[in-house]
Design a protein around this ligand. Structure first.
Ligand code: DAH
Length: 327
């Protein structure tokens, strides 16, 4: 038996040249490669061949089969591409509706407060949420057995690592990594073992710190009074400072605002304790400063009249959609 390679290729080429429909191409394919096609009958006849030559013949047949298959494949591609209908663009079709998301109310409040303090020359700082006892407590003048540690309901990983209970730790990072004077604003997540309508185990705070050579309590009062006026967009809003206690400030105070006829506590503040300055190698005889810390949820609840803070973290689409057009 002799297979003439070029003959089969030639035959197929003629068939393909005269073919211009996909349906006809299928018939050509079966004529050559189908069950009753040329090649199949050649493969069947292999068994009658002298076993010595069978291997070579088999290989030759396979190579012919590959050539013919790829010729058919190429023809198929060319038929399909020439039959393609050019894409039509209808400019009158209404655009698909895109449902835009909204900023989370907590993000909106952070942005709003940041923008106010950026105007006062503060820089935005960041710090780790997993902290050491040193940054969360000791460097802030909260010693090992200090009763203030109990107030913090801390989540501990081990005896050293914990989830920060306040953003005050960023004061220390900021003062360690840059040079005085400082005007630091540090928003971020904080954690405490606490959960009820006004407390969540994770919530947000903003820390403020201003350290320079001549900072006094008047600077603190001026900045915070102006901040409250800008935030609530009211020049006449009443504020007051009450004496308080925080280990990292001396003197310390709490700031209240008059809201719907009642005094409401909104933040803690005070003059940076000399020990805190010493802990970051600043001379308290040369430098002084003020600091404050506020809960962002509290400000968001006041700004948007929300009673239960847990709604901030439930991802309820109906709640979140209300903030769509607020930038
Ligand atoms: N770290 C305090 C807290 O979480 C808030 C605070 C109070 C921050 C007074 C301050 C401050 O910087 O001066 O309750």
């Amino acid at each position: 038996m002799d297979i003439n390679h070029t003959d089969l290729e030639k035959l197929l080429k003629e068939d393909l040249d005269s073919c211009n429909k996909e349906h006809d191409l299928l018939q050509i394919k079966s004529k050559y490669l189908g069950k009753k096609g040329y090649l199949t009958s050649l493969f069947t006849s292999l068994k009658n061949i002298d076993p010595d030559k069978r291997k070579t013949f088999g290989a030759e047949l396979n190579s012919i089969k590959n050539t013919l298959s790829s010729m058919i494949e190429i023809k198929l591609i060319s038929l399909r591409s020439s039959n393609e209908v050019p894409e039509k663009i209808d400019l009158d079709v209404p655009a698909r509706h895109h449902n835009n998301g909204s900023h989370h109310p907590i993000s909106l409040i952070i942005k709003k407060i940041e923008n106010i303090f950026l105007e006062y020359g503060f820089d935005i700082h960041d710090g780790p949420e997993i902290e050491t006892e040193h940054y969360n407590f000791e460097s802030l003048n909260i010693a090992k057995n200090h009763p203030a540690r109990d107030m913090h309901d801390t989540f501990y990983f081990d005896s050293q690592l914990l989830l920060r209970t306040h953003t005050s730790s960023v004061q220390i990072h900021a003062m360690e990594t840059s040079n005085a004077p400082f005007r630091v604003l540090a928003p971020g997540r904080v954690y405490r073992c606490d959960s009820d309508p006004t407390h969540s185990p994770m919530f947000h705070q903003i820390e403020g710190l201003c350290v320079d050579t001549d900072i006094t309590f008047s600077n603190l009062k001026w900045i915070l009074n102006n901040f409250i006026k800008e935030f609530f967009n009211s020049k006449s809003i009443k504020t007051r400072f009450r004496p308080s206690y925080f280990p990292f400030t001396e003197p310390s105070a709490e700031m209240d605002i008059m809201f719907n006829g009642k005094w409401l506590e909104v933040l803690g503040c005070g003059m940076v304790h000399p020990n805190v300055l010493k802990n970051v190698n600043l001379n308290p005889k040369k430098y002084s400063g003020f600091a404050f810390g506020l809960g962002i949820e509290r400000f968001a609840m006041l700004a948007y009249q929300i009673k239960d803070l847990r709604i901030f973290f439930e991802n309820d689409i109906n709640f979140l959609e209300q903030f769509k057009n607020i930038r």
